[in-house]
Write a protein that binds this ligand. Sequence first.
Ligand code: SF4
Length: 385
Amino acid sequence: MLRAIERAALGEPLSDENARTIVDSADVFADAIAEAARASRDRSFGRVVTYSPKVFLPLTNLCRNRCDYCSFRRSPGEAGDWTMTPPEVSAQINRARDLGCAEALFCLGDKPEKAFSTYRRKLASLGHSSTVDYLDWGARTALARGLLPHTNAGLLTDSEMLRLREVNVSLGLMLESSSPRLCEPGMPHHRAPDKRPDRRLAMIEGAGRLRIPFTTGILMGIGETRRERIDSLLAIRALHRAFRHIQEVIVQPFRAVPGVPMHRAPEPDDVEVMLTIAMARLILDDDVSLQAPPNLNPDATGKLLGAGLNDFGGISPLTPDYINPRHPWPHIDVLAEGCARAGFTLRPRASIYDRFVDRDEFLDPSLRVPTRAVQARLATASVAP
Ligand code: SF4
């Protein structure tokens, strides 16, 4: 196994079989896995680590699913339910632009109009026939203010993705896990029909056919085994190899919150998170960025970079992480200092990776000029130190 890890460090792809076998002995080979992951990251991304300065726009927290770890979702009438109004969306976009943000992240509950008639009436009162119609308006508003939209609205059909492709530089959907076991009774996705892995993999495949730069990832620590984690990463790799459309993969650790069924479930520790990141780096192809949220891994900048990470994802100077509101974003200057201490330079990036911008098939022609403008703006943005 050591030879397979060493070959992976030199750029030879890890086979599916080797990936599964290595993770079974990961405790023995942990140091070698991390060392190989660092070499792989350095070869592809150098000593630059990126983040996306964003505004988080949770259009609605109504959702038809009930994932056992989620504190974001609400039903209509439940305390804390919301659907943002157009003036609220516009105001946040304006503030974000003034603060130097580059990404408008639209992230919301899954299929609320299928479940809730009150939400359908709310949409109609706002002048929209569907959530996608409202998202289209929001994305156009963001583009008009110089922000690049990236939408994660749960499961979408091909026609919905095609429409959003016209006004988004990239789309996203966390695979979370390819294990159908997590949908069985007593497991966290039992009451979440949209978390069926076959449906999520089908959407990610659809995005590939439609040539949409795509963000996905895994949620670790929700009851899956190490092997199942590796299977999820291998499934993502297989889809990327079919369509070359995965721009980044997120490794997101479960974090417990009060008031949800999994509030007492153990969280994955640093050792497990870093091992998963390192294995992800060795499994994913060199052109796929690897990301972990710094707010869910506080005070771990050096460890994350030591595991082969090259991207911290979206960080907002304006809005909280609505999905994990108990975990504030780090201050960019503090994060930059941590990167510098580890020998890395922190830089802002756009919500579409550079390598997709020049490829005609991956970006709607109408989005090329605004994308170039954001790239130029970020190129001159300064990040201390
Ligand atoms: S995690 Fe997403 S799909 Fe699951 S309940 Fe929360 S908002 Fe809905």
